[in-house]
Design a protein around this ligand. Structure first.
Ligand code: CO
Ligand code: CO
Ligand code: CO
Length: 346
């Protein structure tokens, strides 16, 4: 049955573009008092992808949550994308998802079939990830929301934080950029190329499982997933947290070519400006990089790829195996000691 409701029309802001800006978050949490626990490996203070709690010497719990308004009209695809994005934070810590709970807001305009399709999409994707959805919580509200609170496991000594990058590391990105620009363009009804939006939906519904499963076999020092804060926002967090400079070879960064012209036309999601405001102070533009290309680097990604900092001696083998599993994966830069700016665009 084809759904009558246009899911994206019920939402004011699509996907991870709805995320509160990193700069705003920092302000909101300023002075917020938290507690520590000897077993807490990653907590509030770290701005990391997920929290990690040590249970035994060889088992730690990974917990995360992510949800957002519809980024696509097809409710089944929406459910899949939201679940993929939510579980991505477990993978970004080097973990494996095991359990998840639905977080949902339904509106009066959504019929029961539409709601069921969202839930089915989430369930199927979580199951593909190796996790089972065991329940959740649903409320009524003005805008549809869907996502998961997910839990997984990781070995306590194998936790991949976003603050462990070391000089010499090679940086790998596993999904092309431009998702925010292209979904914004599609929402405005201006996307002309055939098949592009389907390609983007498929990419957003692709789990970061393959990337995680490969990287854990190698000496990886740091990992995060590139989502709402864009490549530059998440790179900035990694660089600051690790006290290093991240050098990005812009010509090597994979992105959807169709996004470039729409960036030039100014079809930029609002989140891209928030990301620029947040990260620009840490970015030094060394090369001759167009404004449109910079907009792509600040473009919020929904369910983006992993940004992996792998030790130099393992980089070649790790990348080779990643490339076999994920053809779009690319080496995009490297890490040095702090050189005055957190990120150098070269
Ligand atoms: Co994340
Ligand atoms: Co997240
Ligand atoms: Co991580």
């Amino acid at each position: 049955m084809e759904t009558e409701v246009k899911m994206t029309k019920l939402a004011s802001c699509a996907g991870c573009g709805a995320k509160v800006g990193a700069g705003t978050l920092v302000q909101l949490l300023e002075g917020f008092k938290t507690h520590t626990d000897p077993r807490l490996i990653v907590g509030y203070d770290k701005s990391d992808d997920a929290s990690v709690y040590k249970i035994t010497d060889d088992l730690a719990l990974v917990q995360t949550t992510d949800f957002f308004p519809p980024i696509v009209d097809d409710p089944y695809m929406y459910g899949q994308i939201a679940a993929t994005n939510a579980l991505s934070d477990v993978y970004a810590m080097g973990g494996e998802p095991k359990l998840a709970l639905n977080i949902m807001c339904v509106t009066d305009a959504m019929d029961s079939h539409t709601v069921q399709e969202v839930l089915r999409g989430g369930y199927d994707k979580a199951y593909e990830a190796g996790a089972i959805i065991t329940g959740g919580h649903t409320i009524n509200g003005a805008e549809p929301i869907y996502g998961l609170a997910g839990s997984g496991f990781v070995h306590p000594d194998k936790v991949l934080t976003n603050s462990g990058a070391k000089p010499g590391d090679v940086l790998i990105l596993t999904k092309p950029l431009g998702v925010g620009i292209l979904t914004t363009t599609a929402k405005a009804g201006l996307l002309e190329e055939e098949g592009v939006i389907e390609k983007i939906y498929k990419q957003m519904a692709t789990l970061n499982k393959a990337g995680r499963d490969v990287m854990v076999k190698y000496h990886v020092n740091s990992c995060t997933d590139v989502t709402g804060f864009a490549l530059l926002g998440h790179s900035f967090e990694m660089a600051q947290g690790s006290d290093v400079t991240i050098h990005l070879q812009v010509a090597d960064i994979p992105y959807h070519k169709e996004a470039y012209q729409y960036a030039e036309m100014g079809l930029i999601p609002a989140g891209a400006y928030r990301n620029r405001n947040y990260a620009e102070k840490g970015v030094k533009v060394v090369g001759d990089i167009s404004v449109a290309m910079q907009d792509i680097l600040y473009d919020p990604q929904t369910s983006g790829g992993l940004l992996i900092a792998v030790a130099k001696e393992d980089a070649e083998a790790c990348f080779k195996e990643l490339k076999e599993a994920i053809p779009e994966a690319a080496i995009i830069g490297h890490v040095t000691e702090f050189m005055g700016a957190s990120i150098c665009l070269e």
